[in-house]
Design a protein around this ligand. Structure first.
Ligand SMILES: [Zn+2]
Length: 375
């Protein structure tokens, strides 16, 4: 079995490119992970997700433990078999979504109890239970169970939360045990405070993880504050392990994060936007429901190789969106995921060639141009 490892192939400034080797295949970095919340990337067949260029998917522990349950997925052969995705899967710990979705949450040193948002049933997640659930799912990259306050929060609250997350990280590592071929990532917390982030990174290094995530960002602080924090937060994490920025983001967030030394990201944005008619292109975001597309025979993006751009006009995509046809979500999600993967591939090539500064300048110039002129 291939051991989990990270091989850095190139670096340009702080931006890195390389490969994460896993037992289920390689992940080219910087990597974007589409989100398969309930064992599906909505509106996409798994083979279509692979065709967009994705090497790895993300699954959500909170959703899967409630429905269909981790026990059921395990008895059916694990998450990969269940959802027909043979590549690597990363699962989150469940903590973040308990805090954002569940009712009647009660947080203690032991863990968190809550009521399901689906049927009101009572559940508990502790670091030990989170490790057990992620093992039952068969996740390749397991995340530590942690807790993070929404920003802005006062410093004492951020510090005590971070310290508890570090105690939970230790319990997560002990419960994870020795599982060859599977990786456990620690999660740095500490809000926007450089010293707290530093303490958190130090605690995680002492415990020792296969990879390190920057947690607690993209929670309402805004892009400028997030970048200011990443300027030091990424540097505080080990150079020789993958760094994962959780829940990010818009294309310009992703480019800025890669420029600051991030290797992996995930976000629902490309898939969710595909269902609401928001389309990402090199020249910014367009809204397919706008009347300007109604008679436009041109593709969304003439340089994109996805099925939506190769075979369909803006006029058709506008029509099926307005008619609420299922194919609208399918085509727009495919395009958006392909756009994100092309973005990552472009960055990987530019970093390897030592041309990432020029690449970023062109990325911003193209976006500033805005959508093609209406006909
Ligand atoms: Zn396309």
């Amino acid at each position: 079995m291939t051991a989990f490892s990270f091989e850095k192939h190139g670096q340009d400034g702080k931006a890195r490119t390389g490969v994460i080797h896993t037992a289920r295949g390689d992940i080219r970095t910087p990597a974007f992970m589409p989100v398969g919340t309930a064992a599906t990337v909505k509106a996409m067949m798994p083979e279509s997700v692979a065709a967009t260029g994705a090497d790895i998917l993300l699954g959500n522990t909170y959703h899967l433990m409630l429905r269909p349950t981790a026990e059921r997925i395990q008895s059916l052969g694990g998450l990969h078999k269940f959802m027909n995705w043979s590549g690597p899967i990363l699962t989150d710990s469940g903590g973040f979504q308990v805090m954002s979705l569940a009712a009647l949450r009660k947080l203690t040193e032991r863990g968190v109890t809550f009521k399901s948002h689906i049927d009101g049933s009572r559940h508990e997640i502790t670091p030990e239970r989170s490790m057990e659930i992620q093992a039952m799912l068969g996740s390749d990259i397991v995340m530590c169970f942690d807790e993070c306050p929404a920003l802005p929060a006062d410093r004492d609250r951020i510090a005590s939360s971070m310290e508890m997350s570090m105690r939970w990280a230790k319990r997560s590592k002990e419960a994870f045990g020795d599982r060859p071929g599977h990786a456990l990532f620690g999660i740095q917390q500490g809000g926007l405070e450089q010293d707290l982030r530093g303490q958190s990174a130090e605690s995680l290094r002492e415990i020792g993880f296969d990879g390190y995530a920057v947690g607690g960002l993209a929670v309402g602080e805004g892009q400028a504050a997030m970048f200011d924090c990443l300027d030091f937060a990424a540097d505080q994490l080990p150079q020789d392990r993958p760094r994962y920025l959780m829940g990010v983001g818009k294309p310009d967030d992703i480019v800025g994060a890669v420029a600051r030394g991030i290797d992996m990201m995930d976000c629902v944005l490309p898939s969710r936007s595909g269902r609401t008619g928001q389309v990402f292109t090199r020249r910014g975001v367009l809204n397919i429901k706008n009347a300007r597309h109604q008679d436009d025979p041109r593709p969304l993006d003439e340089d994109c190789g996805c099925p939506a751009c190769s075979n369909y006009s803006r006029a058709y995509l506008h029509h099926v969106y307005r008619s609420q046809e299922i194919i609208s979500s399918m085509l727009l999600t495919w395009h958006n995921l392909r756009f994100y993967q092309d973005l990552m591939a472009g960055m990987r090539d530019a970093i390897a060639a030592g041309e990432f500064t020029q690449w970023q300048a062109k990325f911003h110039t193209d976006r500033a141009e805005g959508d093609i002129e209406p006909l």
